[in-house]
Design a protein around this ligand. Structure first.
Ligand SMILES: C[S@@+](CC[C@H](N)C(=O)[O-])C[C@H]1O[C@@H](n2cnc3c(N)ncnc32)[C@H](O)[C@@H]1O
Length: 227
């Protein structure tokens, strides 16, 4: 959304520090991130993946660490980001035939775009508390499961469960009352439809690659707006 709109003033916020630190490194040193990433891409295999994963869990933010993050993200199982309760990244190797890595030009473009944005690693409640009347917020929270067994909420060591979905919906109602505009993407489930029944809800067919069987399939997702 941000890259498509390239707004003059934007704040990109996510609770996942790994993601925000990676964005910062791409913004500040995309040449170095790109060089490290090419090295990993050339060596891609299960042994290299697990060595990089091990190193990733011991290192601090840097251009090299951002390249590890991107390499792991593109080659791991189903492209998911998941940490255990101690915050250690633990996704297994994905055995993809042709993983695609962002090239030099893509990283340069993203770097330039991020230069215009504020990057924040925090809880969504802090971001929403800072919103002012007239602001536009795009919200892309962790999705609740389409069935009872696929609750994928492990982006950070704090899980995002049904209570969090309810609290988020309450915060969004407050934003609406304050005069903010919002758009949210979410799963098409009874709970989400019920929580946002007072807003505009559009169902979109999307192709999902993140599945337990590593196959792509068509599902419905919701776009919810107050305008
Ligand atoms: C469906 S993903 C959205 C990804 C993001 N829109 C993107 O394109 O990269 C859900 C995101 O919510 C973040 N998240 C989970 N719990 C959160 C919280 N309490 N506050 C803020 N962000 C949270 C996760 O780290 C994850 O990046």
């Amino acid at each position: 959304m941000f890259l498509a709109l390239r707004p003059e003033h934007a704040r990109l916020a996510d609770a996942n520090e790994h993601l925000i630190r990676c964005y910062e490194a791409v913004r500040d040193s995309h040449h170095r991130v790109s060089a490290y990433l090419r090295e990993h891409a050339a060596k891609d295999c299960p042994d290299h993946y697990y060595a990089v994963r091990e190193e990733y869990n011991r290192r601090c933010p840097s251009a090299a660490q951002a390249a590890r993050f991107l390499y792991l993200n593109r080659t791991c199982f189903n492209g998911v980001f998941r940490v255990n309760t101690r915050g250690r990244y633990n996704v297994p190797y994905g055995y993809k035939d042709h993983p695609i890595f962002p090239d030099r030009e893509v990283l340069a473009t993203v770097s330039q775009a991020l230069g215009e944005a504020e990057l924040v690693a925090n809880d969504y409640k802090d971001s929403l508390a800072a919103a002012e009347p007239g602001d536009f917020l795009y919200l892309d929270p962790p999705y609740p499961p389409l069935n009872g067994t696929s609750y994928f909420t492990h982006y950070t060591k704090d899980r995002f469960d049904a209570d969090d979905q309810r609290t988020l919906a309450e915060s969004v109602c407050e934003l609406d009352k304050q005069g903010c505009l919002f758009m949210m993407s979410n799963a098409d489930t009874h709970m989400i439809r019920r929580l946002y029944r007072n807003f505009h809800v559009t169902r979109l067919p999307v192709t999902r690659y993140v599945t337990c069987k590593a196959t792509k399939h068509r599902v419905g997702e919701l776009v919810i707006t107050n305008y």
